[in-house]
Design a binder for this molecule. Sequence first.
Ligand code: NDP
Length: 247
Amino acid sequence: MNLTGKHAVVTGGGRGIGRAICLALAQAGADVVINYSGSEAAAQETAEACRAIGVQALTVKANVADETQAAALIDQGIKALGSVDILVNNAGITRDNLILRMRPADFSAVLDTNLKGAFFCMKAACRPMMKARFGRIINISSVVGLRGNAGQANYAASKAGLIGMSKSAAKELASRGITVNCIAPGFIDTAMTEVLPEGVKEKLLTQIPMARLGSAQDVAAAAVFFASEAASYVTGQVLCVDGGMAM
Ligand code: NDP
């Protein structure tokens, strides 16, 4: 997969799955804009690792849940690199609780970051992509968006919403050379899953035919595929990277 000359923005790119996506895109030759909202040191470290691979990399602080900041992120990427060809909406949070106990503020916070954040970034990126008649938008959903999960009504709604939004965008943008696809990771070994109680982790493992957690690199490989020329006739799809969990 050769992405030389392409410019990517990865939201929440400093750590976890986002970091692995930045490194994999850089390995394929793409220059990367690494967005972060709080983890500046991690974002700087990821940028240095990308530069060591031999591509341009810059960090941009932006809370994607804020429309102005999301638009400024895309704008800064274009100003610095000349274009944004690949957008990976990876930033995401959880605020888990049973519906009975879930505070409306926690419902909104998850929707604002995971779904509206992706909408704001996509909205800002799609006009320049349309002008360029090229674009790759990759939204990081979750198997939870396909199957639901007790204690994650807010998160599942945001991730299912991403799938519906991506399919709609795929239909709107296909004629302009822009593809929009989702990756639905299963149970991936990052800070997000590290906090789960051991009992929950053990139960989750029993639901995975491959009987192991996925790695951030497993997800990143799918992102590189969607970004590449090899996927130029693939749009509106959801690729589960989940060891068989959701089938
Ligand atoms: P982490 O918690 O390790 O990382 C989350 C990332 O999102 C961080 O880089 C964080 O940056 C960023 N982020 C959070 N809020 C914002 C915001 N408002 N604006 C910009 N960036 C933000 O999670 P993962 O790496 O595990 O998850 C990455 C994506 O993959 C998420 O969308 C998640 O829902 C999804 N996913 C993860 C799975 C898993 O098992 N780990 C399974 C399925 C999907 P900062 O620290 O700077 O705030």
